[in-house]
Design a protein around this ligand. Structure first.
Ligand code: NAP
Length: 530
């Protein structure tokens, strides 16, 4: 494949008409060839028009055909071979193993969705047959299932160039639901975006689907991204990134004459609560796992553990000492781009400037060689200061964490109670502490999407039970996940058919059950025909 710098608009590769930009190698700071073109508003409109035109046809496609399309997307991504892996590394600074791992995850999730949709669970098909003789009033025949919402705008994430970008989780979920997708690629990895879009375009062709099912547009978020969200044909938005970006899109979507849902996964500091018995028994082992989690991928994960909360005692001192010793050996890491590095540096400076914050550990210093490298670290603050200063809860995206030292158990509970919404909350504890600190566990459960027990938050498994989301500001809607098969629910809506001719109902609702799925018939789950 050759990277051309073009946009994919409804199956056609075309030059953008709003100027040029380059990808940048973050390890060196140098531009990467070729130049990419940015879309203008007419090209955005063209992509949305084509998506709207084929939305009905794509939604009505049998789940088995959509599954074939998802699997073909995965095959075509694999067929890109080394060129893709090399471009990922060049545009992100991620080592080849990470690029390979992320490709595996991306293809794995496409295939998982393919397997899942043919089972028909996500359709939630329900049938209440007519009761014409019912007194005092007869009941009409009522049948409902989940149908596709319509064209979805997906914003690729900078930190997951494959798994949360062009054919990543949001796109896979939208395709699985039967929604055409228009991706606003992230400018931090335009070549990777184009290569993956070529793979998806091949899959669209091979499966005989209309070109409008998938488009990739590039350009600035505030221009093409905003234009896309404002387009009347777009019916939902999937986003992973900063709180500012997510909220700007959320606001735009709500100001439309027809407001639409924005499923934005945004900031999180992923508190790790260290309970005393666990610290007493294994402070050093916890520190080792913690440093691994904090510095993985240069800390550029939304589930990076940016906050530790514990009662001050000898166990916590041992944890801080072991963490400091391990961090001292952590080499400077390459960050994704200039902005992410600048955000990390200003975020660390902001934290350090707050009253009572002390830096207690640092990694190896950043290299002064033109690459976007950064230094890991650990800060401490008392719970008293933490409770009175909201700035200490602002996410610093990168390998820096803040330890909140509590005087006693009651202050520990206060600190956890003061947390805003999070993707994850981790407990390092003994089993008896889980019982004894039931009040704290209850509060933590109110704050997070995933409770992690004696593990660390990084490493988000793509599976049926994963919840990757959480109360605001972790996400715009705590009821939905952006990872795993439950994430399809973001892009469907229930529709009910009353007294509809049986032969003309969607297959999921026909008496004969041609999709061979399990349905709720008159209140009982059954896989049989009606
Ligand atoms: P971002 O700035 O939120 O951008 C994500 C996407 O949204 C980009 O395509 C961007 O386009 C677009 N966008 C941003 N603001 C917009 C606006 N006002 N209107 C329309 N579109 C907009 O995230 P990022 O570039 O990935 O990283 C920036 C910072 O976000 C990082 O330094 C980090 O602090 C944080 N971050 C957090 C997470 C997390 O999961 N919590 C993940 C990644 C990054 P343009 O790039 O063209 O503006």
């Amino acid at each position: 494949m050759t990277i051309t710098g073009k946009q994919l608009i409804a199956g056609n590769w075309t030059d953008g008409r709003a100027g040029n930009f380059y990808g940048v190698n973050p390890a060196t700071g140098e531009d990467l060839q070729p130049a990419f073109t940015a879309a203008d508003e007419f090209q955005v409109a063209e992509a949305v028009h084509a998506a709207s035109a084929c939305a009905g046809e794509f939604a009505n496609l049998a789940p088995a055909k959509r599954a074939e399309f998802l699997n073909t997307c995965a095959d075509e991504i694999m067929a890109l071979g080394d060129e893709l892996l090399e471009r990922v590394s060049a545009e992100t600074g991620y080592p080849r193993a990470r690029a390979e791992g992320e490709r595996g995850r991306t293809c794995g999730q496409l295939r998982l969705f393919a397997d899942w949709i043919v089972k028909g669970e996500y359709l939630d098909a329900r049938i209440d047959t007519a009761l014409p003789e019912r007194q005092p009033l007869p009941r009409p025949d009522l049948r409902s299932f989940n149908q596709a919402l319509g064209p979805v705008a997906v914003f690729g994430a900078s930190n997951f160039p494959l798994a949360f970008s062009v054919a990543g989780g949001d796109t896979a979920a939208a395709f699985a639901a039967g929604c055409p997708v228009i991706v606003k690629g992230h400018n931090s990895h335009p070549g990777t975006s184009e290569l993956v879009a070529q793979a998806v375009a091949n899959a669209v062709k091979k499966c005989g689907l209309p070109g409008g099912v998938f488009s990739l547009i590039l350009g600035s978020g505030t221009r093409v991204g905003a234009e896309l969200v404002k387009s009347p044909g777009i019916k939902a938005v999937g986003f992973t990134g900063s709180l500012q970006g997510g909220m700007a899109l959320f606001k735009l979507a709500n100001e439309r004459p027809e407001p639409i849902p924005v499923f934005a996964e945004m900031g999180s500091i992923n508190p790790v609560v260290l309970l005393p018995e666990a610290l007493k028994a294994r402070a050093e082992a916890i520190a080792e796992g913690f440093v691994g989690s904090l510095t993985l991928g240069t800390g550029q994960f939304c589930v990076n553990p940016g906050l530790v909360i514990a009662v001050e005692d000898e166990g916590l001192d041992r944890f801080i000492a072991a963490t400091s010793a391990a961090l001292a050996k952590v080499p400077a890491g390459v960050m994704l781009n200039k902005n992410t590095l600048a955000g990390y540096q200003s975020g660390v400076a902001r934290l350090r400037d707050q009253a009572g914050v002390e830096q207690v550990a640092t990694g190896e210093p950043a290299r002064g060689d033109g690459g976007f490298t950064c230094q890991a670290g650990l800060l401490t603050v008392t719970a008293k200061e933490f409770l009175s200063n909201h700035t200490l809860q602002e996410e610093v995206f990168g390998p820096m964490s803040l330890v909140v030292k509590c005087r006693d158990r009651s202050e520990l509970l206060q600190a956890v109670s003061a947390l805003q919404g999070q993707l994850t909350g981790t407990l390092q504890c003994t089993e008896s502490e889980l019982v004894n600190y039931g009040d704290l566990v209850d509060v933590l459960r109110q704050k997070v999407g995933r409770v992690v027990c004696n593990n660390f938050p990084t490493g988000v498994e793509v599976c049926h039970s994963m919840m990757h989301g959480g109360p605001f500001p972790a996400a715009t809607d705590a009821r939905f996940t952006s990872v795993g098969t439950m994430s399809i629910a973001r892009f469907v809506r229930p529709i009910c058919f009353q007294n509809y001719p049986e032969a003309l109902l969607p297959d999921a609702l026909k008496n004969s059950n041609p999709l061979n799925i399990c349905r709720l018939v008159n209140g009982e789950k059954t896989c049989d025909a009606v």
